[in-house]
Design a protein around this ligand. Structure first.
Ligand code: HEC
Length: 165
């Protein structure tokens, strides 16, 4: 009888210790709060610099561009093209196609042209899961144009005449 109580007590103690231990380990794991992407506020009177800044925020955040792309001018065996100086590169990619159209097509129809040495795999940016809207894409393009060039897009720019959107 005495022995049985002892065993029961031991089991109870073990349960308490194990629970405490797992709770403690659980606390050690960094807690990350996941928030839904914020709606970007676009004002009609934004300056080009503000548009470029929003484009950068979208590239770092909701656009997920940095999960694949680097912007530091990396060379060598890359899995994804480095986008440093992309405005200048975009002008030369497809004979007869301007840089703006090339950038827009890269985003709306990423599989239309595949950069030499790379594999297809870039998601369509205006469709879920990324799903940037047309104005957000204009901001992203403004930022890309600022890399090795001068932004020409504004919120009034429509890309519809390129058969996009
Ligand atoms: C899942 C990975 C992935 C994500 C996310 C991604 N891309 Fe790409 N991107 C690629 C790949 C792969 C290529 C090269 C193949 C091709 O041309 O489609 C590429 C090519 C490009 C090019 C053409 C580069 C050149 O040198 O001509 C541009 C511009 C570009 N991406 C912009 C973006 C932007 C802007 C975003 C975010 C809004 C983005 N990408 C998100 C994978 C990705």
């Amino acid at each position: 009888m005495k022995f049985q109580i002892l065993v029961t007590l031991k089991i109870a103690a073990l349960i308490v210790v194990t629970t405490a231990l797992y709770t403690y380990i659980g606390q050690l794991v960094p807690q990350k709060m996941v928030l839904p992407p914020q709606e970007t506020v676009m004002r009609a009177d934004m300056t080009t610099d503000e548009l470029v800044q929003i484009g950068l925020e979208l590239i770092d955040g909701k656009g997920l561009c940095r999960t694949c792309h680097t912007f530091e001018g990396k060379k060598g065996a890359l899995r994804f093209p480095d986008l440093a100086g992309i405005a200048a590169t975009a002008e030369t990619r497809i004979a007869g196609m301007g840089g703006l159209e090339y950038l827009a097509r890269s985003i709306y129809e990423p599989n239309e042209f595949i950069v030499e040495g790379f594999s297809p795999g870039m998601p369509v940016i205006n469709k879920p899961p990324i799903g940037l809207n047309d104005q957000e894409i204009v901001a992203v393009i403004a930022y890309l144009q600022s890399l090795g060039g001068t932004p020409t897009v504004t919120l009034d720019t429509t890309l519809g005449d390129m058969g996009l959107e």
